[in-house]
Ligand binder design. Structure first.
Ligand code: NAG
Ligand code: NAG
Ligand code: NAG
Length: 500
């Protein structure tokens, strides 16, 4: 923890001060919240002590009696007269305190009254500073300032935006935001965008422990041209457009989140009509880690490079109903890694993939990977070490969509070492054996190989079962059928291994 020890006498002094301020603060309107500058001088010393307290996640708590037995009695006794929310309210009103509680700005935590202005007020005060130098050029470091939703549910009628660009190191956390019935249908509950000439508008904004309910009006979070945005432990639902929309910028990390248009746990009778997209990553170097997408037409759309998905469970909408788990819309330069994911009745679509790695993932319910040709390019693809499970409907684990154009530029594609149960295995490496008494042997690998009529290399062995030594040669690989011939009729077995 690394906290400085606090003397008991100081604690008692602090708490009595806090209670005094509390009485005073009650008569202040939210507008006075920060402008009460006369606190500043008097409380400079106290601020130093308070900082050690406010390192807790949210509301003020006395030091634990277990860790600090000598403090247990006085602090508990004092707190009994002061509800903990009031204590935290007071702390947020102290000059220098950097946690802004939206309730103190008049937000209604019951979700009945519109809280948009109140929360925007808290945000406006939070982002005004003081700053602690810059992060990236032009980004004021707010030092970790927090906007605390105090565990309430708030009705919002307009997107929550920061009033200025160029801010970083702030946290919005701990409650529920719900769009009102007149929320703009193209809006996002939290919208990290602004018109600005800065290369990055915001840096290190953390959105954590939030339930975002778009009330079937628009989306939940938008992040535009921002750097190092962290979206952690959020539950995002009832969106009609996009749950989380990342446009430009770098390194938005989405972790431990649940996203679904409708609240369901699978096999929903309305699944056919699910719409919207849970996550759009239209930028580079983002990560989605340990995220569940439980309903949406499309789980994740990727439109930038060097993004990675790990531990993502998509059961947003079955492929059979038109759903897509992960849609890689970056033809020609994909650079995407998908590892340790669970595609549950819904698959992956990749347009002209160039550098795509899919491994250690589980595809259930006839879910498959579709490589869609746009300009016929497939280059640098690893689809290895995955498991596929289906229902004996003759569905290939990896498929090609060549409706608009054939794949004509295929290089470095490896589909291998997967296993399939109740689905057809497809690979770029295949092997087969035929036996017969003949001068010609044909090994048909067209069912196993992914690309039609494409064999780059062949290895074969011809093993006569008699004592003859025939001359033999590879004659043809057309249509993924390998033909070996001998100069005389011999009983033999021929084994072929090919690579596309
Ligand atoms: C909600 O609004 C009503 C009417 O303006 C007001 O009387 C009430 O105090 C508000 N409730 C909260 C919790 O702000
Ligand atoms: C293989 O075929 C040839 C010609 O038809 C025949 O003479 C020979 O007996 C056959 N050998 C075996 C092992 O069946
Ligand atoms: C040799 O194989 C071809 C097909 O690959 C078949 O048509 C032919 O009958 C076979 N010949 C003998 C002698 O079995």
């Amino acid at each position: 923890m690394g906290r400085a020890p606090i003397l008991p006498s100081k604690i008692i002094w602090l708490l009595s001060y806090v209670i005094t301020i509390h009485a005073f603060h009650d008569i202040l309107s939210p507008a006075h919240h920060i402008s009460a500058g006369h606190y500043r001088e008097n409380t400079r010393k106290m601020h130093l002590d308070k900082v050690t307290f406010s390192q807790h996640d949210s509301t003020f708590r006395p030091p634990s009696p277990i860790r600090r037995p000598s403090l247990a009695t006085p602090t508990t006794a004092l707190l009994k007269t002061t509800p903990s929310t009031s204590v935290s309210t007071v702390l947020s009103g102290v000059a220098g305190a950097r946690e802004y509680h939206v309730i103190t700005y008049g937000a209604d935590p019951t979700g009945k009254n519109d809280s948009t202005d109140a929360i925007l007020g808290a945000i406006a005060d939070a982002v005004q500073g003081p700053g602690h130098g810059e992060l990236m050029k032009g980004i004021l470091n707010l030092g970790g300032v927090r906007i605390n939703l105090d565990g309430g549910i708030y009705k919002i009628s307009r997107p929550l935006r920061l009033p200025v660009a160029g801010r970083g190191n702030l946290v919005i956390h701990g409650g529920t935001l719900k769009a009102s019935d007149d929320f703009p249908k193209d809006g996002y509950l939290i919208d990290l965008s602004a018109s600005s000439k800065l290369e990055y508008i915001y840096e290190f904004v953390t959105l954590r422990d939030l339930l975002l309910d778009s009330n079937y009006r628009g989306g939940a979070i938008q992040v535009v041209d921002s750097l190092r945005t962290s979206i952690d432990n959020c539950y995002i639902t009832h969106f009609t457009t996009t749950g989380i929309n990342v446009q430009g910028g770098h390194e938005t990390y989405i972790r431990n989140c649940y996203l679904g248009q409708h609240i369901t746990a699978g096999a929903d009778p309305g699944e056919r009509d699910f719409s919207g997209t849970a996550i759009i990553l239209n930028g580079n170097d983002n990560a989605v880690t340990d995220v569940v997408i439980f309903s949406a037409a499309t789980g994740i759309v990727i439109e930038g490079q060097a993004n990675t998905l790990s531990g993502v469970h998509c059961y947003n909408k079955a492929t059979g109903f038109g759903g897509v788990g992960v849609y890689l819309k970056v033809p020609g330069l994909t650079q995407t890694r998908i590892v340790n994911c669970y595609l549950d009745y819904t698959g992956i679509v990749a347009e002209d993939p160039v550098q795509l790695h899919i491994s250690s993932s589980f595809f259930l319910g006839d879910a498959f990977i579709l490589l869609r040709s746009v300009n016929g390019i497939a280059n640098g693809i690893n689809i290895v070490d995955n498991m596929f499970s289906g229902s004996d409907k003759d569905i290939d684990i990896v498929q090609l969509d060549e409706k608009s154009c054939k794949f004509k530029n295929v290089k470095q594609v490896i589909v291998d070492r997967n296993n399939a149960k109740g689905m057809n295995m497809k690979s770029t490496i295949a092997r087969g054996t035929v036996e017969g008494n003949n001068s010609s042997w044909m090994v048909d690998l067209s069912r196993d190989l992914l690309f039609p009529n494409l064999i780059r290399s062949v290895q074969y062995s011809l093993q006569p079962t008699g004592d003859q030594f025939p001359n033999h040669a590879l004659r043809s690989v057309t249509d993924n059928r390998v033909v070996i011939t001998t100069d005389v009729v011999v009983p033999a077995s021929v084994t072929v291994t090919v690579d596309q």
